[in-house]
Design a protein around this ligand. Structure first.
Ligand code: MN
Length: 201
């Protein structure tokens, strides 16, 4: 079965004023849709691969036939990363729970953590992502190029910031710093806690 664009579980304007409605609409219906379509086009050569969970596909790219490996890496990665992104965005939650304790233990305090994650987001040259991930039960700041995922390195994403220009250019223009500052206001800390708990299992 071909992959489908997952519906957004909130309105396109739900993250205003931090992330604007038009950016959310285009990001979801155009950019994410394109990753889904191009992943499907690549997987058409093999129904067995099409039936796999895209997360499993990108975790083991060596198992993907070489002629579609780069397409699966880029578009499968794009599909998985964006499905993840929509779920971790929400206005109005604050860092709390087990993840907050773990962050304070690992990074001293929440401000130091934000500084490190922001630094990863701002120093990512070109297009990519900044992440908080779990690597062998340790929290780690990770930066990836293009649509690469920590999953491709055997790490588990807990939180991710899309720093492709398409994620912020309409509102923030070339000011990635302002976008990342705004992004900290739309992190769904309930979901981040869930990811942390699942990753520790
Ligand atoms: Mn994106």
């Amino acid at each position: 079965m071909a992959h489908k664009l997952p519906p957004l579980k909130y309105d396109y304007n739900a993250l205003e004023p931090y992330i604007d409605e038009e950016t959310m609409r285009i990001h979801h219906t155009k950019h994410h849709q394109a990753y889904v379509d191009k992943l499907n086009a690549a997987l058409e050569i093999d129904e067995g691969l099409m039936d796999l969970d895209p997360v499993e596909l990108i975790k083991d790219l060596d198992a993907v036939p070489e002629k579609i490996r780069m397409a699966v890496r880029n578009h499968g990665g794009g599909h998985v990363n964006h499905s993840f992104l929509w779920e971790i965005m929400k206005k109005g939650t604050k860092p709390h729970g087990e993840i907050l304790k773990a962050i304070e233990k690992r990074f001293t305090n929440i401000d130091k953590f934000k500084e490190e994650l922001k630094n990863a987001a701002l120093t990512r040259f070109g297009s990519g992502w900044a992440w908080l991930g779990l690597n062998n039960e340790k929290l780690e700041i990770i930066s990836t190029l293009n649509q690469d995922s920590p999953l491709m390195e055997g790490k588990t994403p807990i939180l991710g910031i899309d720093v492709w220009e398409h994620a912020y250019y309409l509102k923030h223009k070339s000011n990635r710093t302002a976008y990342v500052d705004d992004f900290f206001n739309v992190i769904n800390w309930d979901k981040i806690n869930e990811h942390y708990k699942i990753a520790l299992r």
